[in-house]
Design a binder for this molecule. Structure first.
Ligand SMILES: Nc1ncnc2c1ncn2[C@@H]1O[C@H](COP(=O)(O)OP(=O)(O)OP(=O)(O)O)[C@@H](O)[C@H]1O
Ligand SMILES: [Mg+2]
Length: 466
């Protein structure tokens, strides 16, 4: 009989390290013949005679491939024992390539073995060169696979390294952090809510970086800024000739995000007619490019963000409730910066370093009054406003530190925002102002506020200012 596969020597990739082959057969002569065959190829072998010994060997050593017989009890050729063994091995090591040996003429059992995860099969009596070719191919494939997995893991690490800085140490942000670390790695659809500039996009990027999709793209769509006519083609793509301006095929954002994450920003602004189309794709996991009848499956994780109150939008009939339920499997609400003032110094220092580098200014930090001003400011524009104020201050500063004047915080904003603040926020705000005006002197601050010293102390404790 001639060899079915070419018998050229193993390519270098396979020779890199000595391959370890596990052989399992109840017949001693079969084991011996296989050992000799593989030894001549330069492989290391371990030969065992029963299923239990196979499992013990796999649990205690690393193999690159296993060659197992499907029949062990001499009175049977059903292959049942071997099929069970196959499943048990894969339960221990799902990446180990397994080649099964079957009795001549029992192709059905071989097919069943392949269905259960065997990589290939060979019938007895085997033809040496064919068996060697099968083993080599499987070794190469599994090396390539393992290398790809390693690369993917490294990429993930690298990207995780590059992931956006997300500063959140205040008590108000702890629930957000916990939620993020819990659902970050999952495929759950996440709706991120919060005022302008609270960091919704940074959260989306961080969730993506934490997920197994980190090696793939996160594609952002600003659903708010899109003309209604373009929405479908932008998201789902189109084919040439689908409409007058469609001069060529176009890949939509959903397709670009294949295997990765799609970030739908400003989701509340999607017009109702488009909401229905979006919902259909999210429900079915399938889309068709505009003008095409070919259905494509899409595998994307959807993260969306809004500064609107979607429940209110639903009540007002402007947003579909069924779409909201698709999007908000998990909802992350980012508190405004004025409710997490403890984070202000860290954020401010982070921006200071960032802009200090960008504009080549070596700044030591903020002086006490400037920091106090940052802590007191109501930040209607949230973290983005702090980001911009710091950038401006870095540019304006003429000394080694940032002074209050460099920040140019507009007090006008304060007056405007007072009516939006809760009573407690206003109280804590006024107390901080009085304290800074009297340089921390409790008696003077209490008098200015019309409070007794003990009443002021109680409030300092309540607001964590003491
Ligand atoms: N927790 C944080 N740590 C570090 N940087 C942050 C944080 N939150 C926000 N930022 C920075 O503040 C700026 C605004 O954040 P971002 O764009 O994510 O806000 P947003 O909620 O998406 O705002 P909008 O609603 O206006 O789109 C960005 O430069 C971002 O990097
Ligand atoms: Mg945003």
């Amino acid at each position: 009989m001639t060899a079915v596969f070419p018998t050229h020597p193993a390519p270098p990739a396979v020779m890199e390290a000595v391959a370890r082959v596990l052989i399992a057969d109840d017949q001693p002569d079969v084991r011996e013949a296989l050992r000799m065959l593989f030894k001549a190829e330069g492989y290391r072998t371990e030969a065992v005679s029963n299923p239990q010994a196979v499992l013990t060997a796999i649990e205690s050593q690393d193999f690159d491939i296993a060659l197992i017989d499907l029949n062990y009890a001499r009175d049977t050729t059903s292959g049942r024992e071997g099929l069970d063994l196959l499943s048990q091995i894969l339960a221990i090591d799902s990446t180990l390539p397994i080649v099964v040996m079957t009795a001549w003429g029992s192709v059905e059992i071989a097919v069943e073995a392949m269905r259960r995860g065997a990589r290939d099969f060979i019938q007895k009596p085997w033809e040496n060169q064919r068996l060697l070719a099968i083993v080599r191919t499987q070794l190469e494939l599994s090396r390539a696979l393992r290398q790809a997995q390693r690369l993917e893991a490294e990429n993930r690490l690298l990207r995780a390294h590059n992931r956006p800085t997300f500063i959140a140490e205040s008590a108000a942000m702890q629930p957000v952090l916990q939620l993020m670390s819990r659902i970050g790695p999952s495929d759950a659809n996440v709706l991120i809510t919060g005022e302008h500039g609270t960091g919704k996009e940074v959260v989306a990027q961080t969730l993506h970086a934490l997920s197994s999709r980190a090696g793939k793209a996160m594609v952002t769509v600003n659903t708010g800024g899109m003309p209604e006519g373009l929405f479908e083609s932008e998201l789902f793509g189109h084919i040439k000739g689908a409409f007058t301006d469609a001069k060529a095929d176009r890949v939509g954002r959903f397709e670009m995000a294949q295997g990765g994450t799609l970030f739908l920003d400003e989701i509340a602004n999607v017009p109702p007619s488009q909401q229905a189309k979006l919902l259909r794709v999210l429900e079915s996991g399938e889309l068709q490019r505009v003008g095409s009848s070919r259905t494509q499956r899409v595998d994307v994780r959807v993260i969306s963000a809004t500064n609107a109150n979607l429940a209110q939008e639903v009540a007002a009939g402007r947003f579909r409730e069924d779409l909201l339920f698709r999007l908000n499997t998990v909802e992350i609400h980012l508190p405004p910066l004025r409710e997490r003032r403890d984070d202000i110094p860290l954020l401010a220092m982070h921006f200071l370093r960032q802009y200090g580098q960008r504009y080549r200014k070596n700044l030591g930090g903020f002086d006490a009054a400037a920091m106090q001003a940052l802590l007191e400011h109501p930040w209607p524009g949230n973290v983005r406003e702090l980001d911009h104020a710091t950038e401006r201050a870095v540019l304006m500063s003429t000394e080694g530190v940032i002074r209050t004047a460099d920040l140019a915080l507009r007090i006008r904003d304060t007056a405007q925002r007072l009516e939006d603040m809760s009573l407690e926020d206003v109280e804590s705000f006024l107390i901080k102002k009085a304290l800074s005006r009297y340089s921390g002197n409790i008696s003077q601050a209490a008098e200015a506020l019309g409070l007794s010293r003990s009443a002021l102390y109680r409030r300092l404790q309540k607001y964590g200012l003491s």
